[in-house]
Design a binder for this molecule. Sequence first.
Ligand code: T3D
Length: 245
Amino acid sequence: MLTITLNRPDVLNAFNTAMHEGFRTALKEARDQDVRAVVLTGAGRGFCVGQDLNEFREGADDVGERLRKNYNPSVLALRTLDKPVLAAVNGVAAGAGLALACACDLRLSAASATFVPAFVNIGLVPDTGATYFVTRLLGYSRAFEWLCSGRRLSAADAHAWGLVLEVVEDGRLAERAAGLAATLAALPTGAIGMTKRLLERAALSDLAEQLELEAQLQSVAVGSEDFREGVSAFLEKREPRFTGR
Ligand code: T3D
């Protein structure tokens, strides 16, 4: 299991150039086959508040290019990791930080954490995939209301909306996230990665295409050591020991 900690606590882990570089490096490490689950969290009292607005003091240069160069490759790298990815939202998640939390497969939230779209509050449109992820997680109507109001959502409300899986007492978030990540890491990682691909395609495919992709990926899964182990364990009436191979 790998924990990626966004670490600029003085500014609630807002992204500057150095943090983009560190995040890219960590996401490369996360691709290692021996890493079977990833936790994304923040240092200090925030999760991540997106772009460091101090970088706009001198005016905004080509923001589209900055997104293409920094946020977009990272969110694609995060979203396409073929293993479970868990956001442990320890504090406020805003702007691109909210989008990154939503790009993860699951979200655990500290009780005091909050969720703020933020973009509209400074006259921007949502980016870093926020429109893609929030619409898929919440549906159009809630996505529209929330992204266009920019209002702060409590952890309890985020849970009621289905945005977060669990709300955890503040001091226990890291422990709970590590426990859940360990459980996820013990699953047949190849099958989990392919399930992610299928879920991603499901919103875009017609039934015939989806059935075909399921058949293709099942042929891959059936060739794995984890499939052999799963069947053996079932027949021998014991717990399986999956290796992710
Ligand atoms: O060019 C590109 O790359 C474009 C990409 C854009 C992607 C984006 O993410 S755009 C959205 C950027 N983010 C925001 O607009 C969020 C701005 N922050 C806030 O609205 C609030 O701070 C929060 C709702 C997130 C949290 O509120 P609160 O009351 O819990 O904390 P606070 O007191 O406002 O903030 C604490 C400190 O963090 C404070 O510094 P100080 O006064 O203690 O020295 C604050 O200035 C700093 N901070 C918070 N957000 C940012 C930030 N500093 C720099 N950049 C921030 N985004």
